[in-house]
Design a binder for this molecule. Sequence first.
Ligand SMILES: *Cc1c(COP(=O)(O)O)cnc(C)c1O
Length: 709
Amino acid sequence: MDPASDWRLPARLARLKDLAYNLWWSWHPEARVLFKEIDRSLWAEAHHNPVALLRRCAPARLEELAADAGFLQRLDGVIAALDRYLGAKDTWFARAHPEAAGAAVAYFSAEFGVHNSLKIYSGGLGILAGDHCKSASDLGVPLVGVGFMYPQGYVQQRISSDGWQQNVYEQTDWSVAPVRPVLDPLGERLLLSVPLGRGAVSVAVWKVQVGRVPLYLMDTNVEGNAPQDREISGRLYGGDRATRLRQEILLGVGGVRVLRALGLRPRVFHANEGHSSFLFLELAREKVAAGASLDDALREVAEMSVFTTHTPVEAGHDVFAEEMIAEYFASFWPQLGVERERFLEFARAPGRSGWNMTALALRLAGRRNAVSRRHGAVSREMWRSLWPEGPAEKAPIVHVTNGVHLPTWIQQELGQVYDRYLGPEWRESQDDAAVWSKAAAIPDEVLWLQRGRGKSALLQMMRARARTRWMSERADPAHTLAGGALLDHSALLVGFARRFAGYKRATLVLRDVERLKRLLLDPWRPVQFVFAGKAHPADDGGKALIQQIYRLAKDPAFGGRVAFVEDYDMHLARYLVQGVDLWLNNPLAPLEACGTSGEKAGANGVPNFSVLDGWWEEGYNGANGWAIGEPGGRGAGPEADAADAEDIYRTLEEKIVPLYYQRDEHGIPRGWVSLMKASIRSVAPRYGADRMVKDYVDGLYLPKAAVAR
Ligand SMILES: *Cc1c(COP(=O)(O)O)cnc(C)c1O
């Protein structure tokens, strides 16, 4: 039943299992080192999944470790640290909110990016959710996550030799996934029945432990469900509109029921994006069933709920045909005591038809936020018609700027440099600007050396991938070169990695190919680019952009100075944000709600070169990187694109390249290194997930007014 229970470790190593099943290990270097020490090549083969490592490790090797005093001492140290962490009473949350002891916060998300061994995320939204859970755990916030355990996850990317993205899906191997089934009091698998349209679906639940935070993940692939119902939780963002609707009903309505089945009564419900908005209707239904009037029920729901909207891009908001909603909810609205029309009104965007999941959440959740200052203003304008009585700036949508979980994203050895010069306090006080201001004291040589190591690790990884591909598939050599085999350690390396959606303008820098070529092929001061990113499996436009870059990467005229790395995921993202010299982002403003990859780069001392949109509109201070375009953006259209591209070329030619190559007699670019320090000092304290989670707790989960009630 429980895939964790049918294998054994030598008694002295038994607690390695606890460590392997708590993703806490992933952001604690001493735990990672321990797993690596067990079997270095198996660790790589297992893609850094400790459950797979332990299950596949030769028994003789385990016996050997069980008798190795040095290993046992390190093991005991890590286990003691884990136990201390899990048992800590004196957390930030306990100190800041003693009045909320015993309260819980339920956090609903369609995806969670916690670690690569758990492929239930696609990109930014999921990684944000994972980072939110990790910081909540570090800070002692009593968070509980709710989502799906997709057995096929999100698409994996392979690029064919003509540059076209192939969509690959891989089945999860349950015996090694870091998840455990939730059992009922009799020790049987917990199954609950969730109404879906005219019928009901059986749902099983998996649990993932992220430090102190449990994630409860639903799975409909259980015996007794009709074949199409077994597929509901099959893939993230796969399937047709009906599958998508069924997923979202299960996430919202089913998610609340899972919590109830577990005996949980969270004080706050947080919907991370509109996919889970149905949860608010389910909460209202519960209250009406308990005897409340609909008005009272809605008021109570508003008081306990938080909704975060994540994009100003129209297509990013789920809208379902009203007939489809009517088909699934015909027996639901009578339970709220309303007619069909009144029910459909809950989710109509004014002046438009269709069931809009964002409009639903904005109406029902009492506290709403966007994910950067700029995105706040854009969202208030976008949704002002929901509050027609006031001006747009009064629309009740605030903002909490996204942040990243620093221990996950900061290069391990750079973390040790921070330990030494900032003091280990940076790990406990991640949002304390005074701690980070000590970055100025890191010797230039030390920081520059560390930068070089991050770059070597990235280049080595790219070469290893290209080599494997070449050997195993006898790939076309040009394919191998396009993967980055010719990149040069001593040349400026610019990184660009994100989803290939049109508004991100991945090919902007290709607008003037001759000018780009001059930059790339400058004999004394060459520039190199590395690109990565997936297109949505159904987005041929995005795939065409990848192909355009890929063809350039393969073209001998560009000298191997442009590379495309396949299958952008958390693992690759770490190498990139820790390995390139400069992080480029040039979306069409104001469509980048926040963007977090630049925050990861900045905290690693990699300066940003970005459009003044999302977080960079707040984070850019004139000394920690470079800006593209004008505050507020230049609008859409070929002229605006041309002007932004001109900015990119000119800034590279006149500022970035000269600064990077200006070396002293020791070969150190002093000016560049001081920019790196400015980046660390300004980005790490403001754009870490600890600051973000504290903002959520103080401003949205437990605001003073709500606490007083
Ligand atoms: C951080 C991250 C993202 C989100 O970054 P953006 O700047 O929002 O594009 C997406 N995918 C992966 C794999 C990441 O690590």
